[in-house]
Design a protein around this ligand. Structure first.
Ligand SMILES: C[S@@+](CC[C@H](N)C(=O)[O-])C[C@H]1O[C@@H](n2cnc3c(N)ncnc32)[C@H](O)[C@@H]1O
Length: 174
């Protein structure tokens, strides 16, 4: 994740005064650290990833950066298995950085998870330039194009595509 993307995530979390953030794709905790820095001091990051080693790495990174263990809830598993168990309208921000093939499904889950005025954010929507490349593209890129179209046409969302890093698609739930 680029430093500019991290700074944007921190800004977005602070802008919605985030107390509850859901993250899809814990990875090594880079995005989680940026989100935690922008959230309220009592905010909790709920982060989902099927790889336990990734979550272990992120847990250590959060601790090393001074975040108390109760600031993050690590849920192992695939997003589409875990998200249905999370509370309706219980989140201020949902950050999607998991499986690109599932981004459209993450959008549907996010609309349920977000409170009105909450933000959904998708990382990597430029797909390293392939999203606007006219040549044949893999399914992953076709799905991202569908996501961009769906978000743009949704009556429930107010979107903006931030040209930071590999493209950060943000949308406020009306
Ligand atoms: C690009 S990395 C995330 C990087 C992370 N946000 C960071 O900044 O360190 C993608 C992550 O999504 C996870 N992932 C893959 N499929 C997933 C799924 N179905 N549900 C949730 N996470 C998934 C991978 O294990 C990987 O850790």
């Amino acid at each position: 994740m680029s430093p500019s993307t991290g700074a944007a995530l921190r800004l977005l979390a602070a802008t919605v005064d985030a107390k509850a953030v859901a993250e899809i794709g814990t990875g090594t905790g880079v995005s989680g650290l940026h989100l935690l820095r922008g959230m309220r001091p009592d905010g909790v990051l709920t982060t989902v990833d099927p790889e336990p080693e990734h979550q272990q790495f992120a847990r250590q990174a959060f601790r090393a950066c001074g975040f108390a263990s109760n600031r993050a809830r690590f849920i192992p598993g695939r997003a589409l298995d875990v998200l249905p168990r999370l509370a309706d309208a219980g989140y201020d921000l949902v950050f999607c950085d998991g499986d690109r093939l599932e981004y459209l499904e993450y959008l549907a889950e996010s609309l349920r998870l977000l409170r009105p005025g909450g933000l959904v954010v998708f990382e990597g929507v430029f797909a390293h330039g392939r999203t606007i490349d006219s040549g044949p593209q893999p399914t992953e890129v076709i799905r991202i194009r569908e996501l961009l179209r769906t978000v743009r046409e949704s009556q429930d969302l107010l979107p903006s595509l931030l040209p930071v890093g590999d493209g950060l698609l943000c949308a406020v739930k009306r």
